[in-house]
Design a binder for this molecule. Structure first.
Ligand SMILES: *Cc1c(COP(=O)(O)O)cnc(C)c1O
Length: 403
């Protein structure tokens, strides 16, 4: 039982909040109609453009990521509109459910929850759509339920090759600030994100980055909205203000988080996430366990989902790890419940934090009686010392994992 030191929050969001950000949030609230706020408003709105790599406006809602999903839909689409979505995992499925509830007609390209978006299939559907009835392509960049990252540039290319006018809307909720993301370069029309993953903030801020084409769609679409209306936001935002009381203290935190990303440098931040992910996979392979993501080109830098050996329950392992190590691991979601556990290595996570987390997993595997080979920690350490060393661990007999 480890009860001293800090809790290890190794779920793939919320990610642990760096001290600097906690201190920034823990200061007195100010008048959101006053000049001091105006500076803060300008700073965070411009800072978001840096994080999303866009010159387009980014709106900030006091909401979870789910709210920002809804804002993207109600500002651009009409009841009965057709959209194309891809079943990458649980979050893509939830977004599809929301679209359906709002009256949007979803063509859902099926998937096995172990691969990312197949751009060729998007191209096929769009090419077959001669009437140009599909109004939007909506995909999840980093599928947090599976640890699979999709190639958004390839999706853009698939749309362009079909010469299709559909909007491109991307859920970058768990990729922003952790994986290279380019709203403008990739021609994304609406990017949806939120605060508690790569931005290292508490939950409570939702974002929409909005292209000119998406803004044009919002002037004539049919779905009704009031609180989520982009125009209501964009008008006061242009002078640094918000139409209603913003989450001022979270904006203090956002200013600090953006400063941290600038200081480390986005490229260095992305490289760190890749390093930590590679070390995690080295540990998983050394343990003889299976990584859920099947395509090495789509391994997520943000989290690693690990399959349990047949007959063993991931939630039981998570319980043991929490009991003996005071560490929270991510649960398997929906159809993956009990079958996988997820190790988050995002946000402010460092090499040494990761080594602690992996130690907790190995202690847990042993304490829970899960068949595995020891040595994951050393393999992870070797990967950190010598990045990219080929991994030659043979499988452990009798531990073949299942899907
Ligand atoms: C976390 C997450 C969401 C949901 O965000 P909430 O803040 O819980 O509403 C949606 N999509 C992805 C990819 C996520 O990781």
């Amino acid at each position: 039982m480890i009860r001293s030191g800090q809790h290890f929050l190794q779920i793939p969001g919320p990610s642990p909040i760096p001290e600097r950000i906690l201190r920034a949030i823990g200061t007195q609230v100010i008048d959101h109609r006053g000049p001091k706020f105006q500076n803060l408003g300008h700073e965070v709105l411009e800072g978001c453009q840096f994080a999303f790599k866009t010159a387009a406006p980014v709106v900030i809602y006091p909401s979870s990521g789910t709210g920002a999903w809804e804002a993207a839909i109600v500002n651009t689409l009409s009841a009965g509109d057709k959209v194309l979505m891809v079943e990458t995992g649980h979050f893509a499925t939830l977004w599809r459910q929301m679209a359906a509830r709002l009256g949007v007609d979803v063509e859902f390209i099926s998937g096995d929850w172990r691969h990312g978006v197949d751009a060729a299939r998007i191209n096929e559907s769009l090419s077959a759509d001669r009437a140009k009835a599909i109004k939007a392509v909506m995909v999840v960049h980093n599928e947090t339920s599976t640890g699979v990252t999709s190639d958004i540039a390839a999706v853009r290319q698939a749309i362009d090759q079909a010469a299709h006018p559909a909007l491109l809307m991307v859920d970058a909720i768990s990729s922003l600030g952790s994986i290279d993301y380019r709203h403008d370069d990739w021609g994304v029309d609406v990017t949806v994100s939120c605060s508690q993953k790569g931005l290292m903030l508490p939950p409570g801020l939702g974002f929409n980055a909005i292209s000119a084409k998406a803004q044009a769609a919002s002037r004539s679409n049919g779905l009704r909205r009031s609180y989520w209306d982009w125009n209501e936001m964009l008008k006061p935002n242009s002078s640094g203000f918000f139409p209603y009381t913003p989450a001022t203290n979270l904006l203090y935190g956002l200013r600090e988080a953006l400063a941290m990303l600038r200081e480390e440098g986005l490229d260095a931040v992305f490289a760190r996430h890749k390093r930590l992910a590679a070390a995690t996979r080295a540990a998983v392979r050394a343990w003889g366990l299976e990584i859920l993501c099947l395509n090495p080109e789509e391994y997520s830098p943000v989290l690693t989902a690990v399959l349990m050996p047949e007959g063993y329950d991931a939630d039981q392992l998570r319980k043991v790890v929490l009991d003996i190590g005071d560490m929270s691991l991510g649960a398997g979601l929906a159809q993956l419940t009990g079958k996988v556990f997820r190790i988050g290595h995002l946000g402010g996570c460092s090499e040494l934090t990761l080594m602690g987390a992996l130690s907790g997993v190995e202690l847990g595997l042993a304490a829970a009686g899960i068949p595995h080979r020891p040595g994951g920690i050393l393999a992870a350490l070797e990967e950190l010392k010598t990045p990219g060393k080929p991994d030659a661990c043979p499988a452990v007999p009798g531990t073949s994992a299942h899907a």
